[in-house]
Structure formats: structure tokens, C-alpha cells
Design a protein around this ligand. Structure first.
Ligand code: MN
Ligand code: MN
Length: 466
């Protein structure tokens, strides 16, 4: 009888696909590496909350690792490190490979924009002795999640004379922060009976910025006037300057360990900074690669990758052309031979909402970096599907290097769906596949990931790039 049992066990481990929890496999040293990696990641999350802050954070870190601005006229040799910035909201880092781009390049692309509340162009209003910011939400949010949480204000204001000022207020303990109010339950009978998608409307996401009127008995909107006076004294701006600004309200919360066992990390914008951080750390640590290694951190993914800082603009294509010129080869040939990881998060299986997931094809916290052959929705609309060959190549790479990984799809077939930047890379005639970290509460102000998955994503990208 026990012989039969061990035979079944052997057969099972030989034939069946199993996604193992990393805590059951990793040794103490590897777990220590996961922990150490998460410390730097939390620091980055706290310091870089907008796409602009991400770009300047990455430039700083890259410089420390020897990266310099790209120069089209310089003759590069293997191992040289460069960066190229697009409008301070998108950045590419590259390490020149031993063969340059003659046999194509290896890319990892993640996005650094995240759901948030943007200020409207004319944001300051007053109502019943309250001054408020009118906002226009960015990306896919559940609006009710953005009420009654502390928000900080980040961004850039370009003044009348063309000079600008960068703003960051609400992150430090002694600074004021902001919030959207919500109705008390006692008076919310009507609101509570509404559909969740209608209970809080876009125009309800008004942000409290003041309640103290200007000391004067005459005139209207004296709270607003007082706020404008404070802003003028602090930043030397006037109301019209808001029109030429990029101002974003983001959760003021800090990234923090989750659970008594500290196995997880809670924080804002794991989507997609839990893939952006492993990407730039991986290229810092990739040595001198065979093929030129390129990491791109892009903006505008959450709104469809449109615009001149989104993945649909020609930035990456032209960059490849520039590298091709340096090696005396054709850009189109380089693109055709290039391979790319679209590093973006996946929806982790949530034990509270089991109905929305198909368990055999969901990704799980702690079971490693997720490989997603395709994204999209419905009948595979809006996706580039990675071929069996390219998926096989990535699978072999992960297995050969003992990287904990799992296959995952985004929820049940007909429950929704979503895309990534992968299809825009595929349009350039590049082989591309989605890989990334599984996330709980995706797009909420406070998302959750696992430390093991974060580190395994780093290991996967680093192995791919070198
Ligand atoms: Mn994403
Ligand atoms: Mn997203």
C-alpha cells in the first residue's frame, strides 16, 4: 500500500504542474535577499509617487551606477551605460552589449504612472466657507476608495513667466495633507442603496484644502482668497498658473510590511512600480550583457498608453534606430530580432473574492513571478499573445535559473480583463511577453504584494537582460 502511495507521489511530481509557495522552497539566504530587496523598494515607493518623481529618482540612482546621458555621436563600447529621458516622464536605461544590437536588443518595459486624482485646470472653488480642489481622476479607480484617506499633492506648476516650481506637500509628518470627505452612515441611506459605481461620482471627488476665511467683512469667497494668498506666499503663484500645471493627489500613506510574519508589503502604486523597481535594479546589476540591454519606464499606461510619453509614441522605436545606426545596421532588422519583457503586475488570487478567479489559471501571492502569455478581455481582444516558442524560451530561462515562477491569467474569462503595453511593443515586430508581480487590491490606494514575488521578478528580469 505504501509502495503504491510513493509511486503516485513520484508520478505526480513528474507529470503534474504545481505552483509552489516560495516559503516552502527558498533557503534562509534567499529569503534574506528577498527581505533586503524589499527594504530598498519601500524606500523608493515612499520617495517616488509620481511619474516625474520616478524619473528623477531613477536618474539619481543610475548616475551612481555610472550611467551617463546618451550621445548619438559617441562610439560606444560594450559595458558602457547610458540613459535617455523623454519629457521628464519616461526614461530609458541601456547597457551596451558585447554584440551591440546586431542580433537585436533585450528589453524590459514597465510603467511608472498610477491611478490618482489629478487637479482640473481651474481647480480652486469655494462652497459654504470651504475651499476645495476640483479633481479629474486618472486611470481605473473605484471612486469610493479615494474618499476619507490622507492625500498628498505632487507636481509641477509653470508660471506666467515660463519658470516652474515643483510641489510636494503632505508627505512629511509636520506638513498638512488633504482629503475627500464622505457622508456619515447615519445620513447615507440613499447613497448606500446605490450601486457602488454610482455612490461616489467623479464630480464628488472634491478635495478639502481650507476653511479659514480671509479676515475681512466684505467680499465673497474669502476662504478661497485666503488659500490663494497662502499659495502666493509659499510658491509665488496666482490662480491662472494652475492651468499650466501637472498636479496630482496621491495617497499620503507610507509603504509598510503587512502581516505578523511580514511576508507582504502594502503601499501605493505597486502597479506597476513593483515591476519598475526590479527593472531598473536589474539593469544596474546586469554586468556586460551579450546583446544591448534596455529598460524603459513609461508613462500613460493606465489611460491607454496614448500621448508623447506613452508606449504608443515613437520614443522606443527611435531609440532602437539610434542604437542600430551606431552599429551600422538597420533599425527594422534590430526590432525584428529584439525581445521584450512587458513587466506589469497580475491580479493575485484573493481568498475573499474567489468567485471572480478561475483557480487553475490564477496567480498566487508567494508563488513567484507571473508569466502571462496573453492579457486582453473577452475573446482575447486587445492583446498580443506571446508565441509558444517565446513562452517556452522564457519558461526554460526561469527553470534553468531556479527562479520561482507561475503562469497566470487575469481572472475569469468573462469577468472583465485588461491590457498592458505588450501589444504596442509587439506592433514594432518585437517578441514580447508579460511577466510581473501578483497584486492584491490592484488600483486601490493601498495595494498588497509579496516580498518573494518582488524579488523573483527582479531575478527574472536580471537573468533576461544579461
Ligand atoms: Mn499595470
Ligand atoms: Mn494598472
Amino acid at each position: 500500500m505504501s509502495d503504491k502511495n510513493s509511486e503516485i507521489k513520484t508520478l505526480k511530481s513528474k507529470l503534474c504542474y504545481e505552483r509552489k509557495n516560495g516559503y516552502k522552497i527558498l533557503d534562509d539566504n534567499e529569503l534574506k535577499s528577498c527581505e533586503e530587496f524589499s527594504v530598498g523598494y519601500k524606500d523608493y515607493l515612499n520617495k517616488a509617487k509620481t511619474e516625474r518623481e520616478n524619473v528623477s529618482f531613477v536618474i539619481n540612482e543610475a548616475k551612481k551606477c555610472g550611467f551617463v546621458p546618451f550621445d548619438k555621436n559617441h562610439k560606444y563600447s560594450p559595458g558602457e551605460k547610458v540613459y535617455i529621458v523623454n519629457r521628464e516622464k519616461m526614461i530609458a536605461l541601456a547597457v551596451i552589449g558585447k554584440n551591440g544590437v546586431k542580433n537585436g536588443a533585450n528589453l524590459s518595459i514597465a510603467h511608472i504612472d498610477a491611478p490618482r486624482l489629478d487637479l482640473k485646470p481651474n481647480p480652486v472653488v469655494e462652497s459654504n466657507d470651504f475651499a476645495m480642489f476640483k479633481t479629474h481622476y486618472y486611470g481605473g479607480i473605484k471612486k469610493y476608495q479615494w474618499t476619507s484617506i490622507p492625500l498628498s499633492l505632487h507636481g509641477r506648476i509653470v508660471k506666467k513667466d515660463g519658470t516652474y516650481i515643483d510641489v510636494c506637500i503632505g508627505e512629511k509628518e509636520d506638513e498638512p495633507c488633504f482629503c475627500v470627505t464622505d457622508l456619515l452612515p447615519h445620513l447615507a441611506k440613499e447613497q448606500m442603496n446605490k450601486k457602488m459605481s454610482e455612490a461616489i461620482k467623479g464630480e464628488d471627488l472634491n478635495v478639502m484644502i481650507g476653511s479659514r476665511p480671509f479676515k475681512c467683512d466684505e467680499g465673497s469667497e474669502l476662504v478661497k482668497l485666503n488659500i490663494l494668498k497662502i499659495l502666493n506666499e509659499k510658491y509665488n503663484i496666482v490662480e491662472e498658473d494652475f492651468i499650466s500645471s501637472d498636479l496630482e493627489l496621491v495617497p499620503a500613506m507610507k509603504a509598510q510590511d503587512i502581516g505578523f510574519d511580514r511576508s507582504m508589503i502594502g503601499g501605493y502604486a505597486h502597479d506597476d512600480r513593483s515591476c519598475a523597481y526590479p527593472s531598473f535594479r536589474a539593469i544596474f546589476d546586469c554586468g556586460i550583457p551579450e546583446k544591448t540591454a534596455i529598460v524603459v519606464l513609461t508613462d500613460k499606461e493606465e489611460t491607454g498608453s496614448d500621448g508623447n510619453t506613452g508606449m504608443q509614441c515613437r520614443f522606443v522605436e527611435y531609440l532602437i534606430y539610434d542604437f542600430a545606426d551606431l552599429d551600422g545596421v538597420k533599425g527594422r532588422d534590430v526590432l525584428g530580432k529584439s525581445k521584450c519583457l512587458s513587466a506589469d503586475v497580475n491580479a493575485a488570487y484573493d481568498p475573499t473574492y474567489t468567485n471572480n478567479y478561475e483557480i487553475a489559471n490564477s496567480s498566487f501571492i508567494n508563488r513567484g513571478v507571473v508569466v502571462e502569455k496573453y492579457t486582453g478581455s473577452g475573446g482575447k481582444y486587445g492583446t498580443s499573445e506571446a508565441s509558444a516558442e517565446f513562452t517556452g524560451e522564457i519558461r526554460k530561462m526561469l527553470n534553468d535559473n531556479n527562479i520561482i515562477w507561475q503562469s497566470g491569467e487575469l481572472g475569469k474569462v468573462d469577468t472583465g480583463g485588461g491590457g498592458t503595453i505588450a501589444k504596442y511593443i509587439a506592433n514594432l515586430n518585437v517578441d514580447v511577453i508579460d511577466i510581473g508581480v501578483p497584486v492584491l487590491s490592484m488600483h486601490a490606494p493601498f495595494e498588497v504584494i509579496s516580498k518573494i514575488d518582488l524579488y523573483m521578478t527582479y531575478k527574472a528580469i536580471q537573468t533576461f537582460l544579461k
